[in-house]
Design a protein. Structure first.
Length: 425
């Protein structure tokens, strides 16, 4: 029997199809994980995993999942994947200009609304919205629609971060306590140029240290064209300092907004049973490996913050692997909603008992430049130009040494290449 792509990603190995189906169905029913009548998802814009330290309001009571990858580290494809729970090549969104290709008739919104929830979106939806459909267009499944670019998006003089979280708190307070609520927030912070709220424009902020890969001394081992990247200029070095500071200060606004939202949930009696998720659509290279971009398999663009406040679970650090496509399946399980056909897996066992749900995560550049596989120890990438990269994250977390041509890693490369071949389009 052949093993499907989803089985390989979830690490079920040689399990039979019937047992896989039974497991999926069982976890999607109320008795497996229980329901949450309040579900909140917050997706930051271009936030790197290491800047999570600025968000001190995510410390107490939150599960910090430290090995989460975005399926495609680019805004439009990443967000489409979050809404659909599928890979970029399935959504049809291959870049930020093709988000209109995403089928919006079957998303987490339609599924969760179908389970009886009031569904509200505030902030960024998909790049390019409303396309040619007009600012009054509301995608299926959304009852409250306050998307950036819509006629309902009215921040006025407020900073957009303050508007998103303030409106979210108002929506929580305005929703009857007996009505299940699904709230999706898309703050535009900390996307560059990352203008913080005025009150934080000069605030001190504790930033993460620059990794050893910043302005890397030797990039000749990297796949082309990265192996030709030039050392950073003094102008670039200076700009990095400005950008890092503005990113941190813009996240101070998000941190404050989180407190506002949590207060509203507490005041309305929803907090104790609420399931909350904080993540990002991708990260960003800020001079690591001499690069300034996203859309790459390196840790800075592809590894994302993923923090969860799970009902009944204590805060902790969770090292288990997660893919962004897992969010959809998890939300549907929480809502008792019909599970879509996704590439993700329900994270409930990981979040409740620490039971691993996958041993690898597939990462792609929307089917164009490269495909990659991240396991608990390794990251392996194949570039369409023939380049290869293999990093041993256990001993080289900053991806300083490409082991793709190292004889000592030949067997590992062969095994990972074989597995990746089963996942690619």
């Amino acid at each position: 029997m052949s093993i499907t792509r989803r089985e390989l990603l979830a690490g079920v190995g040689a399990a039979t199809v019937s047992s896989v189906v039974a497991s999926v169905i069982g976890r999607s029913r109320a008795g497996a994980v229980g329901h949450s009548s309040t579900i909140v998802v917050i997706v930051a814009d271009d936030m790197r995993f290491d800047f999570r330290k600025v968000l001190t309001n995510l410390d107490a009571g939150w599960i910090d999942c430290t090995a989460a990858s975005i399926e495609t580290p680019l805004c439009g494809p990443a967000r489409a994947g979050l809404f659909r729970g599928t890979y970029s090549y399935r959504t049809g969104v291959t870049n930020n200009a093709t988000t209109y290709n995403m089928p919006d008739n079957d998303t987490i919104a339609t599924r969760i609304k179908g389970a009886g929830y009031r569904t509200v979106l505030i902030g960024k939806y998909l790049n390019g919205y409303p396309w040619t459909k007009g600012r009054t267009y509301v995608p299926p499944g959304w009852e409250g629609w306050y998307a950036a670019g819509s006629t309902s998006w009215k921040p006025g003089a407020l900073h957009t971060t303050d508007y998103v979280f303030g409106l979210a708190a108002s929506q929580v307070r305005a929703t009857p306590a007996t009505t299940p609520l699904f709230l999706y927030l898309g703050p535009q912070a900390p996307h560059l140029p990352a203008t913080p709220p005025a009150r934080f424009a000069s605030s001190p902020v504790t930033l993460p240290d620059k990794p050893p890969s910043f302005n890397e001394a030797d990039v000749t081992d990297k796949p082309p064209p990265d192996n030709a990247a030039k050392p950073l200029t003094q102008t670039q070095l200076a700009q990095v300092e400005v950008d890092r500071l503005n990113i941190g200060r813009s996240l101070l606004g998000v941190n404050e907004g989180l407190a506002t939202l949590v207060a509203a949930l507490a005041d309305t009696g929803r907090l104790a049973g609420a399931a909350m998720f904080f993540t990002s659509d991708n990260g960003y290279l800020l001079g690591e490996h001499r690069l300034f971009k996203k859309g790459e398999p390196y840790e800075e663009p592809s590894r994302i913050p993923f923090l969860v406040r799970w009902p009944g679970a204590a805060g902790r650090t969770e090292p288990g692997l997660i893919s962004s496509v897992d969010l959809s399946a998890t939300l549907c399980a929480l809502a008792g909603a019909a599970r879509p056909s996704t590439d993700g897996v329900d994270l409930s066992p990981l979040l409740t008992t620490g039971t691993a749900v996958r041993d690898a995560a597939y990462i792609e550049a929307a089917g164009t430049a490269w495909d990659a596989l991240r396991t608990t120890q390794f990251k392996y990438a194949e570039y369409k130009n023939g380049g290869r990269a293999l990093y041993d994250l256990a001993v080289d977390p900053y991806e300083m040494v490409n082991r793709a041509n190292d004889p000592a890693y030949a067997a590992t490369r062969t095994a990972l290449a074989g597995r990746l071949a089963t996942l690619k389009l």
